[in-house]
Design a protein. Structure first.
Length: 277
């Protein structure tokens, strides 16, 4: 049995199928982790979601910001943006099954046996694993509850920017959601910044990549995440960034979690063999 983790797919169905073929992925024995942003901006969101739904017995996927946006649009709480490409899901005959499956996905996954933790964007420096799991569960409960549409209506916004234990209501849920699905840079005291999307080194002097904040309380974890295409595939002890920008014409990347010394696999966004035929 092998356990693979794949970066942001974002509706790139053909690269996903080619990567699974490269891995020789066997759903009878293997497990597939996905770091979120399964859909949107790529051309085949419905096909991606349908494939993963069909493999759900061997798929572990966390929610990304694009996945949450789809759920909010489908629930009638926000309007799609011009660049959104998930209309094929909204118009599908099996939309209810696909959206229902997506809404049940977690925001954070930890496997103590493997020794890996997966999240879409990152972990705020002031949270340890126990806190991160507890706070993620609060948002998951809101998403899965009978009033989930009310949460989706209140989910968007940049404030509060910093976690406080005394936050309540939708402010509390919003900052948890933003931290787990949108964060790239923050201050040393954990205030989130969302304007900066480029690679580390491009940010202002008061900001650091979340994983570089001194005394980060999750520094003992092996964190697998995506969301940051400008960072690309990036690997160092404890940090495994897998968004290699497939939807932007770059590559889709996978690593093997049960044997992490094995080099990463990746495929180009465009099938070069077909393109040259």
């Amino acid at each position: 049995m092998a356990v693979y983790a794949i970066g942001d797919v974002q509706g790139c169905y053909d690269p996903l199928r080619r990567l699974l073929d490269l891995l020789r992925f066997d759903p009878a024995t293997d497990v597939l982790w996905l770091v979120g942003d399964l859909i949107n901006r790529g051309p085949h969101s419905a096909e991606v979601l349908r494939l993963l739904y069909g493999l759900s017995e061997c798929v572990v996927a966390v929610l990304g910001n694009h996945d949450l946006t789809l759920l909010a649009v489908a629930a009638g709480q926000v309007k799609p943006k011009r660049k959104d490409t998930f209309h094929s899901i909204l118009e599908a005959s099996d939309r209810d099954e696909l959206l229902g499956w997506l809404r049940q996905r977690p925001l954070l996954h930890h496997d103590a046996t493997l020794g890996f933790t997966m999240v879409h964007a990152g972990l705020p420096p002031q949270w340890d694993l126990r806190q991160a799991l507890r706070y993620a569960a609060e948002v998951e409960a809101a998403l899965r509850g009978v009033d989930y549409k009310r949460f989706l209506a209140q989910m968007f916004g940049d404030k509060p920017r910093r976690w406080r234990d005394d936050l309540i209501g939708y402010d509390r849920l919003r900052v948890i959601t933003n931290a787990l699905t949108r964060m790239r840079f923050c201050t040393v005291d954990g205030a989130l910044s969302f304007a900066e999307k480029e690679a580390p080194g491009s940010q202002g002097s008061s900001l650091l990549p979340w994983f570089d904040v001194p005394d980060r309380r999750s520094a003992d974890l092996n964190v697998v995440f995506g969301h940051w295409a400008a960072l690309g595939y990036y690997r160092r002890p404890g940090i495994f960034a897998l968004d290699s920008g497939c939807v932007w014409g770059n590559r889709l990347t996978a690593i093997q979690l049960d044997d992490p010394i094995v080099p990463a696999w990746s495929v180009p966004a465009i099938d070069l063999a077909s393109a040259s035929a």
